[in-house]
Write a protein that binds this ligand. Structure first.
Ligand code: FUL
Length: 480
């Protein structure tokens, strides 16, 4: 009899339960890897660095670009030490000047006297990122105020060849891999006063062919989307899904509100990216200073903490180095994030759920998966259970003011609203915070509370919810 019971216990634990079916538009594996990078560094560098401008008009002499002591290894080191997954460089900004010897253009480093015309910023950055073990991406502006053919069909072909050249020669490792291709939607007048009709299909297919793992950024993706502002702030509601049919980058993009919040049930998976500069401008200006630590922490919470990726611009100066004041600020940011997020108080909790996929003896989607700090293990409910409750209890009271949640996004973004309650000393539950979306990562800023129990109630989900992680932190640095 004991043996029969034991056998029953064993078999009922190991019976297979299928994972939930993917729901709606889902990310590609590359988009998931990209989202896990969380923070990347943007480097605006070019003639504007030397002319003190934000937009050059394309008539700048090539010799203007003359970094006196360029060191891409320093950029890569600063990026790596501050926790950035990669660097995206303005290989060509609107002034058309190319930071590499682009055979399609006569307005490049090759025509300058910098390093006797033998300099190549992209080659140096490729080596530096490879050495530092971080990724590399390219910003190549379609708007070109220098190209003589701009405003005609011939320019689309020139731009394709420009892409072909850069995308096959630069990037990390022997394979010259790029993790992101950044397309600015800006479309102004070229040297002849004409505007260009961009062939986006041609541009995107060129990227896909040469860099199949690169995520393509534009106002509407297809890999990731502009968040609708340059202040580093995603919507409190932020869906990674959106409807892009019939839209295009630039003047034909969806409204900035839509870009900011995405669309529930949207047809395409195009997660938000927050591009914002550590300084006022995108390019280096000697009279500007970096944002304060508390401004940067706010930006972190408003971007990474709201299901977006943070692309923080840190402009190299006229030497071709990141100024000490910026790199020190980034190290302060790193130390602050480490001190806030290194101690996950939820790890000490006992977890109970109102439903666990396949039943509580089934371990594949165990509620404990939410407390292991591993994104790839997750808890899920049965298909029919859309509004479960997760309760965490603690032997000793815990004090926190940050609640972090992560959905297992490879199966889609499902949760539309939820709230968090804490147990008061009289045993009654009290609402701490209500929120809408979660996505890859959501960090809720709450008042500082001390409690022995907390519950997360999913109020609305479009399919059975999944959660990779639930964490609690104490931030003593930021004032809410
Ligand atoms: C904008 C550009 O016009 C700015 O100069 C900057 O490059 C920013 C990131 O994108 O559209």
């Amino acid at each position: 009899m004991t043996i029969v019971l034991m056998l029953f216990a064993v078999t009922s634990c190991v019976r297979t339960v299928n994972p939930p079916e993917p729901y709606g538009a889902c990310p590609t594996p590359q988009q998931v890897e990209w989202q896990k990078m969380e923070m990347n560094m943007f480097c605006h560098f070019g003639p504007n660095t030397f002319s003190d401008k934000e937009w050059g008009d394309g008539t700048e002499v090539e010799d203007l670009f003359y970094p006196t002591d360029m060191d891409c290894c320093q950029w890569a080191k600063v990026a790596k030490q501050s926790g950035m997954g990669g660097i995206i460089i303005t290989a060509k900004h609107h002034d058309g000047f190319c930071l590499w010897p682009n055979p399609q253009s006569s307005h490049t480093v090759a025509q300058s006297s910098w390093k006797n015309g033998k300099g190549d910023v992209l080659a140096e950055l490729s080596r530096a990122c490879t050495e530092a073990g971080i990724g590399m991406g390219l910003y190549i502006s379609p708007w070109d105020r220098n190209a003589p053919t701009y405003g005609s069909d011939a320019y689309n072909e020139t731009f394709r060849l420009t892409l072909e050249d850069a995308l096959s020669r630069y990037g990390t490792g022997d394979t010259h891999t790029l993790f992101e291709q950044w397309f600015d939607g800006a479309n102004g007048e070229g040297p002849n006063g004409k505007r260009q009709n961009y062939d986006w299909n041609l541009f995107n297919s060129t990227v896909n062919r040469l860099q199949p793992t690169a995520v393509i950024f534009s106002d509407v993706g297809p890999g990731c989307r502009w968040v609708g502002n340059e202040s580093g702030s995603a919507g409190e509601t932020c869906w990674s899904t959106i409807n892009t049919d019939g839209y295009a980058p630039g003047s034909q993009a969806p409204s900035t509100d839509t870009l900011n919040q995405g669309c529930r049930g949207g047809k395409q998976w195009v997660p938000a990216e927050c591009d914002v500069s550590i300084r006022h401008g995108w390019f280096y200006h000697p009279n500007e200073v970096p944002k304060t630590l508390s401004e940067l922490l706010q930006i972190y919470y408003n971007s990474v903490g709201r299901n977006a990726l943070l692309l923080l611009n840190v402009p190299p100066d006229r030497r071709g180095r990141i100024a000490a004041i910026d790199s020190l600020r980034l190290m302060e940011l790193r130390r602050a994030l480490d001190s806030i997020f290194s101690n996950d108080l939820a790890r000490q909790a006992e977890v109970d759920v109102t439903n666990q996929r396949g039943g509580k003896r089934c371990k594949n989607f165990d509620s404990k998966n939410m407390l292991d700090g591993n994104f790839d293990s997750y808890w899920a409910t049965d298909d029919t259970v859309l509004t479960p409750t997760i309760t965490l209890t603690f032997k000793k009271p815990v004090t926190f003011n940050r609640v972090m949640l992560q959905e297992f996004i490879p199966l889609g973004q499902r949760i539309a609203s939820f709230h968090v309650d804490i147990k008061q000393t009289d045993g009654e539950w009290k609402r701490l915070v209500s929120a809408t979306t979660i996505g890859y990562k959501r960090i809720l800023l709450t008042p500082m509370v001390t409690t022995t129990a907390l519950r997360i109630v999913i109020d609305e989900a479009d399919a059975c919810p999944t959660l990779s992680n639930v964490s609690l932190f104490l931030d003593n640095i930021t004032q809410k």
